[in-house]
Design a protein around this ligand. Structure first.
Ligand code: C2O
Ligand code: CU
Length: 458
């Protein structure tokens, strides 16, 4: 039995009459590097990195009481959940950050089944990098039959020689203006290596979550065919992953079905292959004698649809442009910050800002768009920077309409959309969730250095 998802059979959520489940954010230790003499000092939920796997059935209520025992104010954002706005956990927009020593109770229902995650939304660039992050699985009323349902939380960490979190480079301006805080240590489920014991013939549902601050992960499951069944929690028509390689930006998730097609006793590596490298993150280790089944299962079927809108009223849609500028080699001359026009030099030196959306670095006074409830909104994001970005919006999922003017024939709903350098992407959403919602780059240093805005649904 694989450790992570299956290890804690105790119910994670209390029922409505009971008290909330407590999540305590506090300093802890984690063995992130196998060769390190002492474990790394991290910040963690319930002393676990990643935090405890929270699991709830679709449509049910979640009650979590965040207890803050770190030295900074914090919140929890429930990434990808189409949530009640008051529970979205964005410091300064949907709630005040919870000061050290205090608590906040999150109570919401989960409309969609799928793979989601949670993390702070205050100084995320530091708090996520120190270890505050965890996975929230919302189970279908009738989950598809699989032999194992496992979660692979893929992360990278920037550690010192001694194997401690590199604190000196928090806020490093070079990171903020380039690719963000890239780590030097890859972990899966908080470990330097995560092996998955399997039996020949088994079918695994594998949920992959990229919780890195900034690294785009390119993952391979060597010698195995992958069938993609969900993106960012939302079901898609089952499809093979072309060339077997997954490209996941920060914040993105996929659900895969993988049949264990090798012989008993085999081993197959799970690798991260960015830039032609091959980092082994773990292995499927086949039991020597055991065979789960001789005849392969039928092809995976589509997961039941979530209650998302079925129609996009593109003709009547509100349309808005989002020009993404700045960063190293971006040639941005300046931008408005807190209402004041500034040169790029002033922005970087005085405000630690390096990026802008529609000429504004950081949060603007007015929303990007104020949509009427139920209205379809098309956002045309134009990445005029020399860097890729992972654009995440809160409270809603979007459908891609076109990439660099080429129509996308993909019905997938996503909450985090990747744009390669100088690429442009048009997305559509149905603005059906009232409140104020963030739209930002999930490369957390880019977010902190200006790539953030908000929209509202009234
Ligand atoms: Cu996962 Cu606004 O964040
Ligand atoms: Cu970015």
């Amino acid at each position: 039995m694989a450790g992570f998802a299956m290890a804690a059979p105790r119910p994670t959520f209390a029922t409505a009459e009971d008290r909330a489940r407590i999540l305590r954010a506090a300093p802890a230790e984690a063995s992130l590097r196998s060769s390190a003499a002492v474990p790394a000092r991290v910040w963690a939920y319930d002393e676990q990195v990643p935090g405890p796997l929270l699991r709830v059935r679709q449509g049910k209520a979640v009650r979590v009481r965040l207890e803050n025992d770190i030295e900074q104010s914090t919140t929890i954002h429930w990434h990808g959940i189409r949530i009640d706005n008051r529970m979205d956990g964005v410091a300064g927009l949907t709630q005040d950050a919870v000061p050290p020593g205090e608590a906040f109770e999150y109570a919401f229902t989960v409309p969609d089944a799928g793979t989601f995650w949670y993390h702070p939304h205050n100084r995320s660039w530091e708090q996520v990098a120190r270890g505050l992050q965890g996975v929230l699985i919302v189970d279908e009323p009738e989950p598809p039959a699989v032999d194992q349902d496992i979660v692979l939380v893929v992360d990278d960490w920037r550690l010192t020689k001694e194997g401690q979190i590199d604190e000196a480079s928090f806020g490093d301006l070079h990171d903020w203006g380039h690719a963000g805080r890239l780590g030097n240590e890859l972990t899966v489920n908080g470990r330097p290596r995560f092996d998955v014991p399997v039996r020949a013939g088994e079918r695994l549902r594998v949920r992959v979550v990229n919780t890195a601050n900034a690294r785009i992960m390119n993952l391979r499951f060597e010698d195995h065919a992958l069938t993609l069944v969900a993106i960012d929690g939302q079901p898609v028509e089952p499809r093979p992953v072309s060339n077997g390689e997954l490209r996941l930006g920060p914040g993105q998730r996929v659900d895969l079905m993988i049949d264990m097609s090798l012989d008993p006793g085999s081993r197959a590596a799970i690798t991260e292959v960015t830039g032609g490298g091959r980092l082994v993150a773990g292995e499927f280790i086949y039991a020597a004698g055991a065979v789960a089944r001789v005849h392969p299962l039928d092809a995976p079927v589509r997961l039941a649809a979530n209650p998302l809108p079925t129609r996009l009223n593109l003709d009547g849609a509100a349309r808005v442009d989002l020009l993404m500028e700045g960063g190293a080699m971006g040639g941005m001359a300046g931008a408005i910050h807190e209402g004041k026009p500034m040169t790029i030099r002033e922005l970087v030196r005085e405000k630690r800002m390096a990026w802008a959306f529609n000429g504004v670095a950081g949060m603007s006074e007015t929303p990007l768009v104020s949509a009427k409830r139920g209205e379809t909104v098309v956002i045309h994001m134009r990445n005029q920077t020399a860097w890729p970005h992972a654009m995440h919006l809160h409270g809603h999922h979007v459908r891609e309409l076109a990439r660099s003017s080429v129509p996308v024939a993909d019905e997938a709903w996503r909450d985090t959309v990747m744009l390669e350098r100088e690429e442009d992407v048009a997305v559509a959403l149905v603005a059906d969730n009232p409140g104020k919602w963030m739209l930002h780059c999930h490369m957390l240093e880019h977010q902190a250095a200006g790539m953030t805005t908000w929209f509202e649904v009234v």
